[in-house]
Design a protein around this ligand. Sequence first.
Ligand code: P70
Length: 455
Amino acid sequence: MRAEPFRIKMVEEIKLLPREERERLVKEAGFNLFQLKIDDIYIDLLTDSGTSAMSDEQWAAMLMTKQAYAGSNSYYMLEKVVKDIFGFKFFVPVHQGRGAEHILFSNVVKPGNIVPNNSHFDTTQANIKFIGGIPRDFVIDNTCDTENNIPFGGNMDIGKLEDFVEKNRENIPLIMTTITNNTVGGQPVSMENIRKTREVARKYSIPFFIDACRFAENSYFIKTREKGYENKTIREITKEMFSYADGCTFSGKKDALTNIGGILATNNENLFEKIRNMLVVTEGFPTYGGLACRELAAMAVGLEESTKENYLEYRCGQVKYLWEKLHNVGVPTVNPVGGHAVFINGKKFFPDIPQEQFPSQTLAVELYIESGVRAVELGTSCFGEMDEKTGRMILPKLDLLRLTIPRRVYTNNHMDYIADAVIRIYKQRKEIRGLRRVYAPPLLGHFLARFERFS
Ligand code: P70
């Protein structure tokens, strides 16, 4: 592996609190790590969203752009790169991914409509439900067995999708695909699968949108894992991927290497008009879309940087470095490694903790106490739903802990520290007890949930 394709120009101090402090703080936080303060965290692996280190060129562009309510030059910088990378006819900037989701779904989804996706992520799911729609996942079956080692574990099950679409055509306003598939371990989606999803959408005249948060990492996996793409550039791959879609939602907080921002794009002029009209009411004028102009500039430059192959090789290489350290000693990781994070299978890590007792959330709590590292649960707390009739929880298939690696922020020494801490907990796993959830709001409950420890 090559070393990082950058030098470090500015650093930020991080501190490791004493273990007793960490014990006290996590208890006070209701064993929910979203409630901790950043100063109480040594290494923050909660998310790769909005946590990237920006480049000197991004900071320079932020300073140089002119702030304007209408017609800012950073909008035109962004327009150029968005046209080049995504290729859709129309787009608007939005404050972040969920802003795009809310505007898109408000204009195309009616109460009772069903939206198929390979896997909806939490905000996508919530925004569909918020307006009375029903999100349905069609990810391939065997990806849920985290030992399957399939190169494109994020793929849509095309057969199941087509069966479902055939029976429910009238009730499906759009089909989506999420690249990479965050819910199932950041696994990529193949070009072939995107093309076949498009074919189903075309056959039944349904619009097809891509949730493009991690499009650059997905393109890198296509280049390195899919036959026929090894000699294509990332931009060529990206262009082909988006050529199959009618539009996209995009959170710039991930692959565009910014701290805030997103876009909503479409080829449909009528839809675009509705989007723009709503944008003016809920986000802002179309040349700033809820962002300061400097943030548009950072996103424009970040998008250029995100598609450089040496950057992606470093980025995906660092995630793989951490994954190998854990996988090689038998920690039950999701395999093969995905794009933005190493995922650990909580149910396999703690075989004695029942899923109702939140094994991955338990691991997140233990990891913070052990090492000051904050990871995030993507499992029973994040995706589990309450069955209103029985009052019992509907358990999701997967219960994962995500060690999410911010872009260009931590070194491989940090990765070594994280791996050592996880391995120490793995060795003591028999002694660890699970959690009981005592509070959770109905939508996106994991952000504000509170837990108690079984003693
Ligand atoms: C993450 C964050 C955001 C996201 C996404 C996909 C595939 C849309 C969005 C919304 C959310 C998160 C989760 C746990 C902890 C902190 C943050 N994903 N589609 O980390 O985008 O956040 O810009 O509204 O992954 O995966 P936005």
